[in-house]
Ligand binder design. Structure first.
Ligand SMILES: Nc1nc2c(ncn2[C@@H]2O[C@H](COP(=O)(O)OP(=O)(O)OP(=O)(O)O)[C@@H](O)[C@H]2O)c(=O)[nH]1
Ligand SMILES: [Mg+2]
Length: 459
C-alpha cells in the first residue's frame, strides 16, 4: 500500500475482521469531523462538528442516503487523542459486512484507507510517543503471557525511552566537557584527564553492555522460550510434554519409539510462554521415519533456548544416555531424572557431573509442571528481568545499542592510546546518533516504515 501524506485524513477498521458484539471504525486527521458528519447523524440532531472532545453520541450511520446501522460516535479533539489529531470512532454492530460498509462510507466521505500502524505512526510523528513506545504498542498487542504484558506496558510508559535519554545525557556531558576543553584550554574549565574520561566512558559502556546482556531474556519473554524435550526412547518425554501442556498432546505408551515426529505446543508457565517440542527418542535406528524424526530433533536441540534432557531413573544409564551428554555440551540444560516413584537405579552423580544437578521427579506427580516451570524461570533468569528498567525489545533496538557500545569502546581505546580529545569527540557523536536512532529522536523514514510494517491495520 502506498503511504498516505501526513496531512490526509485516514480511516480503518480497528477491530478484527471477525463477527463480534461491536466493531470500531476509526478516523483520524484534519477532516475527521467532516467525514464523520457525513456518515453519522446523532439522534439528538446535534452537528458532529460541534461535539466536544471526549464525548459520545448515539445515532444512525449512513452511506449517502442509505441507512446502514445504528451506533455510537466517540470524538477526540486534537491534540488530546491517540494520534494527536482530530479522531472520531464509530462503533457499529460487529458484523463483518456491516463494518466493511461503514468503512466504505467513510472512504466515500473523503477519508483515505490507513496503512498498517498508521495511527500509531501519526502518534509518533505528532510527538505523542517515542519510537520505542510505538514498538511497545505492537508488542502489547501480540503479548501472550504475563511477563510480556508487563514488559511492553512499562516500555509503552517510556522505560526504554528514559533509559536512552539518560545515556544520551551522559554522552553529551562528556562531549561538552571535551569541546570546552578543546576550545578554551587555558580557561578554568575542568581538565579532561585520561582518568576522568575512562571513568565516564567506562560507566556509559557498562550501561550499554548491561542492556545487551538482557537482550536474550527480553527476546524469550517476547517471542517465547523454545524448549526441546530430549532423551532416549521411553524415558517419559511425552508424559512430561502432556504434564506441562495440561492436555494429552503427545501419545504416551511403554513402546519405545512411540513419538516419531516432533509434537509442538505453546504453554503459559509462570507468566512466560514456553514453545515446547516433544521429540523422537534418540537412538540408532534402521526405521527411516524414526531416523528422520531423530534428525529433526537434533536441529531442535541446536536452536533451543533450553533443553529438558530426560533420563529414566528406574534404569541404569546406557550408552544412548551417555551419547546425549556429549550432544548437550554448551547447551542450557535442565537434566531431569524421571520416574522417581519407581526404584531409582540410575547413577544420579554421573548425570550431575556431566550436566549439573538434576531434578529428580516423577512426571506423573501433581506438582511436576509447577516445579519445572519455576526451575525454567530461574535457570533463564527470567525472574531477574526488571521491566521498569527498560530493556531491548527487538533487533532494531539491539543494533542501535551495539553501534553505540562500539563507538564508546573506540572512544575508550582512543583515551588509553592518548589520542587527542577531538578524535574521542567524533566517536561520541557516533554513539549519540545511535542512541537517537534507538529512541527515534533522529531516525530515517526507512527505519520508521520498517517498524510500522509489523503493525496491524487500524492500530
Ligand atoms: N512409573 C512411571 N512411569 C512413567 C513416568 N513417566 C512416564 N512413564 C511411563 O513411561 C512410558 C514411556 O513414556 P513416554 O512419555 O511415552 O516416553 P517417551 O520418552 O515419550 O518415549 P518415546 O516417544 O518412545 O521416545 C509410559 O508407559 C509412561 O506411562 C513416571 O514418572 N513414572
Ligand atoms: Mg514420546
Amino acid at each position: 500500500m502506498s503511504e498516505n501524506s501526513i496531512n490526509s485524513t485516514v480511516c480503518a477498521i480497528a477491530t478484527p475482521a471477525a463477527v463480534g458484539g461491536i466493531s470500531v471504525v476509526r478516523i483520524s486527521g484534519e477532516r475527521a469531523f467532516d467525514v464523520a458528519e457525513k456518515v453519522f447523524k446523532p439522534v439528538s440532531g446535534r452537528a458532529v462538528c460541534e461535539m466536544k472532545g471526549y464525548t459520545a453520541a448515539y445515532g444512525k450511520i449512513y452511506d449517502g442516503a442509505e441507512r446502514l446501522d445504528d451506533g455510537v460516535l466517540l470524538v477526540f479533539r486534537a491534540p488530546h487523542s491517540y494520534t494527536g489529531e482530530d479522531v472520531c470512532e464509530i462503533s457499529c454492530h460487529g458484523g463483518i459486512y456491516v463494518t466493511r460498509r461503514v468503512m466504505t462510507a467513510c472512504l466515500k466521505a473523503g477519508a483515505e484507507a490507513a496503512a498498517a500502524g498508521e495511527f500509531t505512526k501519526r502518534a509518533l510523528l505528532n510527538g505523542k510517543m517515542s519510537l520505542t513506545q510505538a514498538e511497545a504498542v505492537a508488542d502489547l498487542i501480540s503479548a501472550q503471557g504475563e511477563q510480556m504484558l508487563s514488559c511492553s506496558n512499562s516500555q509503552r510508559e517510556g522505560a526504554m525511552y528514559r533509559c536512552a535519554e539518560r545515556i544520551s545525557e551522559k554522552i553529551m556531558d562528556v562531549s561538552a566537557q571535551i569541546s570546552a576543553w578543546i576550545d578554551y584550554p587555558e580557561d578554568d574549565t575542568p581538565v579532561v584527564t585520561e582518568e576522568w574520561l575512562k571513568e565516564r566512558l567506562g560507566g556509559i559502556k557498562s550501561e550499554l553492555d548491561e542492556l545487551l546482556s538482557g537482550y536474550d531474556r527480553g527476546r524469550m519473554i517476547r517471542d517465547g522460550i523454545s524448549c526441546a524435550i530430549v532423551g532416549k526412547p521411553n524415558v517419559g518425554k511425552s508424559t512430561i510434554m502432556n504434564a506441562l501442556s495440561g492436555v494429552q498432546r503427545s501419545i504416551v505408551s511403554d513402546i519405545a519409539g512411540t513419538t516419531r515426529d516432533i509434537v509442538e505446543e505453546t504453554v503459559n508457565l509462570g507468566g512466560a510462554v514456553l514453545l515446547l517440542s516433544d521429540c523422537a527418542g534418540i537412538r540408532e535406528t534402521d526405521d527411516e521415519v524414526e531416523r528422520i524424526g531423530v534428525e529433526i530433533m537434533l536441529q531442535k536441540l541446536e536452536n533451543a533456548d533450553i533443553v529438558l534432557a530426560v533420563f529414566d531413573g528406574s534404569r541404569e544409564l546406557s550408552e544412548e544416555d551417555r551419547r546425549l551428554f556429549t550432544r548437550l555440551k554448551g547447551k542450557n540444560v535442565i537434566p531431569i531424572v524421571n520416574k522417581s516413584d519407581l526404584n531409582i537405579t540410575l547413577d544420579i552423580s554421573e548425570v550431575e557431573r556431566k550436566l549439573g544437578e538434576p531434578l529428580v521427579v516423577s512426571a506423573k506427580d501433581e506438582d511436576f509442571a509447577e516445579r519445572l516451570g519455576r526451575e525454567i524461570t530461574t535457570r533463564l533468569d527470567l525472574d531477574k528481568l526488571d521491566a521498569s528498567a527498560g530493556f531491548i525489545a527487538n533487533e532494531r533496538q539491539r543494533s542501535c545499542v551495539i553501534k553505540a557500545a562500539d563507538a564508546v569502546e573506540k572512544a575508550l581505546s582512543a583515551t588509553a592510546a592518548g589520542v587527542t580529545p577531538d578524535v574521542i569527540g567524533v566517536q561520541l557523536e557516533y554513539a549519540l546518533s545511535a542512541i537517537y536512532e534507538l529512541s527515534g529522536k533522529s531516525v530515517s523514514d526507512e527505519v520508521i516504515s520498517e517498524v510500522f510494517k509489523r503493525f496491524c491495520v487500524g492500530k
